[in-house]
Design a binder for this molecule. Structure first.
Ligand code: NAD
Ligand code: UDP
Length: 341
């Protein structure tokens, strides 16, 4: 069945890829974004990929009147809530801004949904809610613990959603805990375009490869991992996007809520990622080993059993595709969306 899905934060990195997958499956999409961390150029790219199967509303999700207008103008069947600020370091410096934006947008959205009688929600959470895990792979039952204001916003939103699920069986909520999203759409038309110096490994590697940064700093080579560098569960953003479709299907089919990890279940080290990027794309990545980054854990990857069994979803794309697709996007859009037509 074809639905109309509201995507908050839909011009952002993960939201734009999810919009494409939804539209390719025949759904209609309404994107609501205030463009605080994304570009309006994304809209033209989405049109190139999917035609006119979407509408865009430029508004802040904390704006109750704007939300009400969306719910009265469109027959919304479900919501995917990506909108939020996501920079860990910035959240330490500006915690109030993070609480206001991330908690305020979530409660405003839930109030508007309740008012409109829409109870199907997919929420972007993060493996950051596991903090420093006691063991890997991490299952959904692992202890929750956060180490930054950003992480706290994800945990508090999860708790708000659990209170809602407890209060009424009519809420159908999927809390998706993403591991490390990387890569780009294979068309090279949409991808990750961070503002300023990237915090994350893959966009940093891509910017070194394209000549925008001199070298990659590898944060630590003395972790208790096979090659001494940090290990993470990187997941291709198109796989991740498809995980959202699987979650929406699950909610419609089972009528029950779920909290689930979205990762590949495979740990990749910093060195392995850098060397794979270099090999498959035939580019040199200048690098230096430096001290560990404060707050980093040695290794973190997902137990993906629940996603496989309950959602019938598992990641398909490996690390080579993550590197190839990142490079196609980065080499065709060296400055992200900023100098595109
Ligand atoms: P992004 O910054 O690219 O996208 C978020 C979008 O939300 C942006 O387009 C921004 O303009 C918009 N936005 C922010 N606050 C808003 C508000 N109040 N009103 C309207 N729009 C608003 O980030 P992303 O990487 O696509 O992440 C999407 C979601 O997934 C976020 O909630 C993030 O915390 C979560 N997440 C991301 C990662 C990651 O590594 N990228 C990992 C785990 C979880
Ligand atoms: N990392 C690195 N250099 C960088 C950015 C990241 O060595 O410029 C390492 C980091 O220490 C971690 C891994 O790459 O081991 C993934 O970091 P990222 O910030 O992308 O994800 P997170 O640590 O939030 O899972």
């Amino acid at each position: 069945m074809h639905n109309t899905i509201l995507i908050t934060g839909g011009t952002g990195y993960i939201g734009s890829h999810t919009a494409v997958e939804l539209m390719l499956q025949g759904h209609r999409v309404v994107i609501m974004d205030n463009l605080c961390n994304s570009s309006a150029q994304v809209l033209g790219r989405l049109r190139q990929l999917c035609g006119d199967r979407f509408d865009f509303v430029q508004a802040d999700v904390r704006n109750a009147a704007a939300l009400d207008a969306v719910f009265t103008s469109y027959p919304i069947d479900g919501v995917i809530h990506f909108a939020g600020l996501k920079a860990v370091g910035e959240s330490v410096a500006q915690p109030l801004r993070y609480f206001d934006n991330n908690l305020g947008s979530t409660t405003a959205l839930l109030l508007a949904m309740a008012k409109a009688g829409v109870h199907r929600l997919v929420f972007s959470s993060s493996a950051t809610v596991y903090g420093d895990p006691d063991q890997v792979p991490i299952t959904e039952q692992a202890r929750l613990q956060v180490t930054s204001p950003y992480g706290r916003t994800k945990l508090v939103c999860e708790e708000i959603l659990r209170d809602l699920m407890a209060a009424g069986a009519h809420w159908q909520i999927a809390i998706l805990r993403y591991f490390n999203p990387v890569g780009a759409h294979p068309s090279g038309l949409i991808g990750e375009a961070p503002n300023g110096v990237p915090n994350n490994l893959m966009p940093y590697i891509a910017q070194v490869a394209v000549g925008q940064r001199e070298y990659l700093s590898i944060f630590g080579q003395d972790y208790p991992t096979p090659d001494g560098t940090g290990v993470r569960d990187y997941i291709h953003v198109v796989d991740l996007a498809q995980g959202h479709l699987a979650a929406l299907d699950y909610l419609a089919r089972e009528g029950q809520s779920i909290t689930v990890n979205l990762g590949t279940g495979r740990g990749i080290s910093v060195r392995e990622m850098m060397e794979t990027f270099s090999r498959v794309n035939h580019v040199h990545i200048a690098h230096r080993y430096t001290d560990r980054r404060p707050g980093d854990v040695a290794a973190c990857w997902a137990d993906t059993t629940l996603a496989r069994e309950r959602l019938g979803w598992q990641a398909q794309l490996g690390v080579e595709r993550m590197c190839e697709d990142t490079w196609r996007w980065q080499s065709r859009n060296p400055r992200g969306y900023s100098d595109s037509a």
